[in-house]
Design a protein around this ligand. Structure first.
Ligand code: DGL
Length: 267
């Protein structure tokens, strides 16, 4: 079973790609909505949450955990890897591919405050900041919009416009979505971008990486990959789960009715 974890519903944008890449696998998803957003919080707090949720996912039988949250990856991935025996796959804003492909030499990155402070991101930035100009923007309020299910409409339009227009005006030809909540705003972002820049979502590449990690693990342990019938997904929420259920339904269609949904209390 593959564990997937985010501060809220954002990680469903990664689960969508994982499920498409590995349809026969079982997934266990934790939305830590009671503590969302993570972005502005103290990294030590985010580490505590990531530890508690990972412990829970492992107790449910996770063979690998995908930390489908850039902020939690930035704060906690090295602690998680040194604390547990199973492999962890993390998220990182896709600055590298955007910088390599950029023709204009300007790349915009939209992420949370916590993600911009992460060591992985800062290392990538140091590597590519000679090659491209990087415009960083904290997407304050965007996670909350997605959590409320308000991915389109005047408020989304105005907030996304305020963050993305200055990137376009500065000549950005790639806009990196550095938070797993933001792919749900792609319609609104695309309307504002209007073909002037590529919108970069790293979720498909992360799903391929998770697939490789799992295949390696099973080869080493002699465990078989499941085949045949579609896998089961189980969703645990520490907060309210109305929007989560709506998004799961939007992604999985009628199969969403065969999935399991639970409330979760972990301290
Ligand atoms: N989906 C998380 C991320 O990728 C959201 C962060 C938050 O909770 O602020 O960073």
């Amino acid at each position: 079973m593959i564990g997937v974890y985010d501060s809220g519903v954002g990680g469903l944008s990664v689960w969508k790609e994982l499920r498409a890449a590995m349809p026969a696998e079982d997934f266990c998803y934790v939305s830590d909505g009671a503590y969302c957003p993570y972005g502005p919080k103290d990294p030590a707090f985010v580490v505590d949450r990531a530890m508690a949720v990972s412990r829970f996912l492992i107790s449910q039988g996770a063979e690998v955990v995908v930390v489908a949250c850039n902020t939690a990856t930035a704060a906690a991935i090295s602690t998680l890897r040194s604390s547990f025996a199973i492999p962890f796959v993390g998220m990182e804003p896709a600055l590298k591919p955007a910088a390599l492909r950029s023709q204009s030499g300007v790349v915009g990155v939209l992420a949370t405050a916590g993600t911009f402070k992460g060591r992985l991101y800062l290392n990538t930035l140091a590597r590519f900041s000679g090659r491209v100009k990087v415009i960083e923007q904290v997407g304050t309020g965007l996670v909350e919009l997605v959590e409320r299910g308000e991915v389109a409409g005047p408020e989304a339009e105005s907030l996304v416009g305020r963050y993305v227009r200055p990137m376009l005006e500065a000549g950005a030809d790639h806009i990196v979505l550095g938070c797993t909540h933001y792919p749900f705003l792609t319609g609104t972002i695309a309307r504002i971008v209007d073909g002037r820049a590529a919108i970069v979502n790293p979720a498909p590449a992360v799903a391929r990486q998770a697939q490789r990690v799992l295949a390696d693990l099973r080869e080493r342990t002699g465990k078989k990959q499941p085949a045949g019938k579609p896998g089961l997904s189980t969703f645990f929420s520490t907060g309210e789960d109305t929007v989560l259920r709506q998004l799961v339904r939007q992604i999985a269609g009628p199969q969403a009715d065969s999935y399991l949904y639970h409330s979760l209390y972990i301290i």
